[in-house]
Design a protein around this ligand. Structure first.
Ligand code: ADP
Length: 834
C-alpha cells in the first residue's frame, strides 16, 4: 500500500513539471478572451449645474455635493478613434441620459414604470459610441432623487463592447467566488441541520445560519452591479437589496435565541421585535409613497449593527465563562461579519458610489466558512454523542431484556412446577375418585342386595314402599358415582376408548332391558325400531356407545310424563376420513375395510327444551326448567359426558326440540363393519307386552349346589340372601386359591366367579380350574360376575370359556333366571307364585 502511495506522488510531481514547461513555452495572452485595450476616459470633462455654473474637472472620479432632483451635466469631446466602441461607468441611484453630437444614445432610470418607490438603483452603464462621429460632443445628464448622488462620478473607460463586458465580469471574479462560497456554506448548513434532525440531536437553529447565507448570497451578488450582464431588471435588484437587508437580522437573532443563555435571549427578543416592526413599517411607507426604501435603509443598517454588537457582547460573556473553543471561533466569525459590514456602511454614507459590499462580502465569507467549520464539528460531536447514547440505550435495553428473560424463566419454572402440581393434583383426584367410587360401590351393592331381600320377603306394604325407595335411591347413587368418575376421567384426558368387536343386537337388547322397567313404571311405551340391513357385528367401544344411548334414553324417560320414547337405529354411508383413529387398539382379525355411520335417534313426547337452552345443553352441570323438574333427579353431567364421548368417537350429536311437545336427540357414530352378516328384523321382540311381576322366587332347588367366589364378604352375603328362598346350597370362597381347593373336593352345579380379585382374578382362577387334574367340576357351568363392564365384555368372557356373565350389583330376577337357565331340570321344583 505504501508503495502505491509513493507512485501516486511521483506521478503528480511529473504532471506538475510538464504543466510548468507547457505554460512557460506558450503565448498566454493569445488565450485570453478579454484581451484588447481598455482606455481610461477621465480627463477633459466639464461639469455644468442647474444654476448654469460650470467648471472643469481635473480628472475622474469626481465627488461633490448636489441636491435631490438637481440636474448635473457632464460634457466632453470623444476622440474619433473611439467611434464604434463602448464607454462604461458605474452609477448609483441616479437617472442618466447620454447624448452624442446632440443625439440621444443612452438612457437609464428615466421613464421606468414602477408600482411604487423611486430608487433607480446602482448599475454599470454601457454606452455605445456611434460609428460616425461628427464633433464627438458628449453630454451626460444625471439626476438623483437623493442628495449628493448626482454629483458623484466614478472613472469612465472606453473599449470594445465585449472587452468591457468581460472586463466587468473579470473584475468581479473574486466577488462571484465569494458569493458562491457563501451559497455553498448556506447549503452545507441546511444539510447539517437536516443531519442534526435526522440523528435526533438537539437542534441549535443551524438552518437560521443557512438562511443568513442565502440572503447574503443574494445581497452580495446584486452588489457586484454586474448581474445586468445576465438579467437586466434593475428595479428588481434595487428593491431586493433593501428587502434582504430588512429581514437579514431576524436570522441572526433567531440563531442566537436558540444558542445563548436565557438572560441574553431577552436582548434578541427585543431586537427581533424591532426588526419585524421595521420590515412592516418600511414596506408600508414605501407602498404609500411616504418614504423610499433608500431613505429608510439606514434603519436596517442600524438593526444589523445592533444585532451584531449584541451577539458579540453575549459571546464575549459566554466565552469568558465557558472557554468553549468553538464559541471563540463563532465570535471571530461574527467579528469579521460585523467589522466588514460596519466598514462598508461608513463607506456608503461617505463616498456614495462604488462597491459598497467589498468588506462586508469578505467578512460574510469568513463568517460563513467559520460557522460551517464550527457546525460540522458540533454535528459530528452530537452524532457521536447520539451514537454513544444509542449504544447506552441499547445496552440498557439488552439488560432489561435479560432481566425480563430471567423473570420469564423464573415464571416459566414456576408455571412448570404449578403445571406439574396441577397434573399431580388431577391425578390424585382421579385416583381418589376411582378408589372412592369403588369403595362406595361395594356398600351400595350390599344395600341393594339387602333391600332386594326385604322386597322379596316382606309382606308389609309400607315397608315394601320404603324398600322400593331405598332401591331407587341406591340406583341413582350408583349412576351418579359412575357419572362423576367418567367426568373426572374426561377432564384429565384419561378417558380412552377401548374398541373391540360387538354385536349390535346385543347392544340394543342391553339398552332396552336396562330401561324398559323404568319406562313401564312411568307408564311410557319404549319402542325400538331398527333397520334390518344393519350390520350384525361392528368394531368400536360398545361400553361407551351403550353409555351414550342409555344416558339419552334415560333422560327421555325422565323428562317425559306421558306418551312414548322411541329408539330408532339406522345406518348411512360415510367417508373414510371420518373414521375414528383406533390405531392403538387391538384390532379384530375379521375386520373388513367397510365403514358406516350408525345413527341412534331417541325421540320422546316429553316436556321439550326451550330454544335458548339448546346451545347450553352440553355444558357441565347445566339443568333447565329447575322449578318444573324439581323432583327429577340429576346432576347436569349426563349430557356433558355424552357429548365428550361422541366427540371422542368422531361422532356428532344433534338436538331438535319443541318446548312442551318433545325432543329428538340424534347421535351419529362412525363404526367399522366386522362381518357382512345383517342384524335382521329384531324390532318385534321389543314390542311384546311384558308382565310386571312381583319380585318373588318362582322355584326351589334344595338339591342344587352352587359355589360363589368373591373377595368381598358382603357380596357373598347378598348373593346367599338372594338365593335363600330357592333353598339352593350356596358354598362360598373368598379367593381364587380357596375356590380351587373347594372345587377339588365337591361337584357343583353352577360356579359364580367374581372377575376382579386380588392375587388370582376370576379369569386366572377359571383357567387354573380347567387345568386341575382330578377335578369333578371340569364341565361345570361357570358364570362370571363383573362390576366393571356392566354387560359389555360378554363376547370376551364367552370366548375364554365362561358359560355366561352376570353384572354387579347382582339383581335377584337376573340371578334366578341365570340359575334356571343352567340348572339341570331334575333339580328344579317350580312353585306357582304371582
Ligand atoms: P341431568 O342429570 O340433569 O338429567 P343432563 O346433562 O343429562 O343432566 O341433562 C341436562 C338438562 O337437559 C336436564 O337437566 C334437562 O333440563 C335437559 N334435558 C335433557 N334431556 C332432556 C329431554 N329428553 N327432554 C327435556 N329436557 C331434557
Amino acid at each position: 500500500m505504501k508503495k502505491f502511495k509513493k507512485l501516486i506522488w511521483a506521478a503528480l510531481a511529473i504532471e506538475i513539471i510538464v504543466l510548468i514547461v507547457i505554460i512557460v513555452n506558450s503565448d498566454v495572452d493569445n488565450m485570453t478572451l478579454s484581451k484588447g485595450r481598455i482606455d481610461n476616459f477621465n480627463t477633459g470633462w466639464t461639469i455644468t449645474r442647474e444654476d448654469c455654473s460650470s467648471s472643469k474637472i481635473k480628472s475622474l472620479p469626481y465627488s461633490d455635493k448636489s441636491k435631490a432632483g438637481e440636474k448635473i451635466v457632464l460634457s466632453n469631446t470623444i476622440p474619433k478613434k473611439y467611434s464604434g466602441m463602448t464607454m462604461s461607468f458605474l452609477s448609483a441611484d441616479k437617472q442618466i441620459r447620454v447624448t452624442i453630437d446632440g443625439k440621444l444614445v443612452y438612457e437609464f432610470g428615466m421613464n421606468d414604470s414602477r408600482p411604487f418607490g423611486k430608487t433607480p438603483g446602482s448599475v454599470t452603464n454601457f454606452i455605445d459610441i456611434p460609428e460616425h462621429l461628427s464633433e464627438g460632443k458628449i453630454e451626460i445628464e444625471m439626476v438623483s432623487p437623493y442628495d449628493n448622488y448626482a454629483s458623484n462620478i466614478t472613472g469612465i473607460t472606453i473599449s470594445k463592447r465585449d472587452t468591457s463586458i468581460l472586463n466587468l465580469l473579470k473584475s468581479n471574479l473574486g466577488n462571484f467566488a465569494m458569493c458562491i462560497i457563501i451559497l455553498a456554506c448556506g447549503i452545507t448548513l441546511f444539510m447539517l441541520a437536516f443531519i442534526q434532525a435526522f440523528s435526533r440531536q438537539t437542534k441549535d437553529g443551524i438552518s437560521y445560519l443557512g438562511f443568513m447565507c442565502i440572503f447574503g448570497t443574494i445581497y452580495f451578488s446584486i452588489e457586484t452591479k454586474s448581474l445586468s450582464v445576465f438579467y437586466g431588471n434593475q428595479t428588481l435588484y434595487s428593491n431586493l437589496v433593501f428587502l434582504v437587508l430588512m429581514l437579514w437580522p431576524v436570522f441572526m437573532q433567531m440563531y442566537y435565541i436558540n444558542n445563548l443563555e436565557e438572560k441574553y435571549q431577552k436582548i434578541f427578543y427585543v431586537l427581533f421585535f424591532l426588526t419585524l416592526t421595521n420590515v412592516a413599517c418600511q414596506i408600508t411607507l414605501q407602498i404609500l409613497g411616504i418614504f423610499d426604501f433608500m431613505n429608510m435603509a439606514f434603519i436596517s443598517h442600524i438593526l444589523i449593527f445592533m444585532s451584531g454588537m449584541a451577539i458579540l457582547f453575549s459571546l464575549i460573556c459566554t466565552v469568558r465563562k465557558s472557554k468553549d473553543k468553538l464559541l471563540i471561533i463563532e465570535f471571530l466569525g461574527m467579528l469579521f461579519f460585523i467589522g466588514g459590514s460596519a466598514t462598508d456602511l461608513i463607506r456608503t454614507y461617505t463616498i456614495h458610489i462604488g462597491d459598497f459590499g467589498k468588506f462586508s462580502r469578505f467578512g460574510m465569507t469568513v463568517f460563513s466558512l467559520l460557522m460551517v467549520f464550527v457546525h460540522i464539528l458540533k454535528v459530528i460531536r452530537g452524532y457521536s454523542a447520539s451514537i454513544a447514547e444509542n449504544a447506552r440505550h441499547m445496552e440498557m435495553e439488552v439488560q432489561m431484556i435479560e432481566e425480563k428473560n430471567q423473570e420469564l424463566m423464573i415464571a416459566n419454572e414456576e408455571a412448570e412446577k404449578a403445571k406439574a402440581d396441577a397434573i399431580a393434583a388431577a391425578n390424585a383426584k382421579s385416583v381418589f375418585l376411582a378408589n372412592m367410587s369403588h369403595e362406595i360401590r361395594t356398600p351400595i351393592n350390599a344395600i341393594l342386595g339387602m333391600d332386594t331381600m326385604i322386597l322379596r320377603e316382606c309382606n308389609d306394604n309400607e315397608i315394601l314402599e320404603y324398600a322400593g325407595n331405598i332401591q331407587s335411591a341406591s340406583q341413582t347413587l350408583l349412576s351418579l358415582i359412575n357419572d362423576i368418575l367418567d367426568f373426572s376421567k374426561i377432564e384429565t384426558g384419561k378417558l380412552e376408548l377401548v374398541a373391540g368387536d360387538y354385536a349390535l343386537s346385543s347392544l340394543i337388547n342391553d339398552v332396552y332391558h336396562m330401561l324398559i322397567s323404568k319406562a313401564k313404571e312411568k307408564g311410557l311405551a319404549l319402542n325400538v325400531e331398527s333397520d334390518k340391513n344393519l350390520p350384525a357385528k361392528l368394531y368400536g367401544d360398545e361400553v361407551r356407545i351403550r353409555q351414550i344411548i342409555v344416558n339419552i334414553l334415560n333422560n327421555a324417560i325422565k323428562y317425559t310424563q306421558k306418551g312414548s320414547v322411541t329408539l330408532t337405529v339406522e345406518m348411512s354411508d360415510m367417508k373414510l376420513s371420518d373414521m375414528p383413529d383406533h390405531s392403538n387398539d387391538s384390532k379384530s382379525e375379521n375386520i373388513t375395510d367397510k365403514n358406516t355411520i350408525i345413527t341412534f335417534r331417541i325421540a320422546d313426547t316429553g316436556i321439550g327444551i326451550k330454544k335458548e337452552n339448546i346451545s347450553h345443553l352440553f355444558d357441565s352441570f347445566s339443568r333447565f326448567d329447575e322449578e318444573k323438574n324439581k323432583y327429577i333427579e340429576g346432576t347436569g353431567l349426563g349430557l356433558a359426558i355424552t357429548k365428550q364421548l361422541v366427540d371422542l368417537m368422531n361422532g356428532e350429536i344433534v338436538v331438535t326440540s319443541e318446548y312442551g311437545k318433545g325432543s329428538v336427540f340424534t347421535v351419529s357414530i362412525p363404526q367399522k363393519i366386522v362381518s357382512d352378516l345383517k342384524i335382521g328384523d329384531i324390532s318385534e321382540k321389543y314390542n311384546e307386552p311384558s308382565n310386571k311381576k312381583k319380585k318373588k322366587s318362582t322355584f326351589t332347588a334344595p338339591d342344587a349346589n352352587v359355589l360363589v367366589v368373591d373377595d368381598v364378604k358382603m357380596n357373598i352375603n347378598v348373593f346367599k340372601a338372594l338365593l335363600k328362598r330357592t333353598e339352593i346350597n350356596v358354598d362360598s370362597a373368598m379367593s381364587g386359591l380357596e375356590a380351587l381347593d373347594m372345587i377339588k373336593e365337591k361337584k357343583y352345579d353352577i360356579i359364580f366367579l367374581d372377575h376382579m380379585m386380588p392375587d388370582m382374578d376370576g379369569i386366572e382362577t377359571y383357567q387354573n380350574m380347567k387345568m386341575l387334574e382330578d377335578n369333578p367340576n371340569k364341565d361345570t357351568t361357570v358364570v362370571m360376575l363383573t362390576a366393571n363392564a356392566i354387560m359389555g365384555a360378554k363376547e370376551e368372557y364367552l370366548g375364554i370359556g365362561f358359560s355366561d356373565y352376570l353384572s354387579k350389583p347382582v339383581q335377584a330376577p337376573k340371578l334366578e333366571a341365570m340359575i334356571l337357565k343352567y340348572l339341570p331340570e331334575e333339580l328344579v321344583q317350580r312353585t306357582t307364585n304371582n
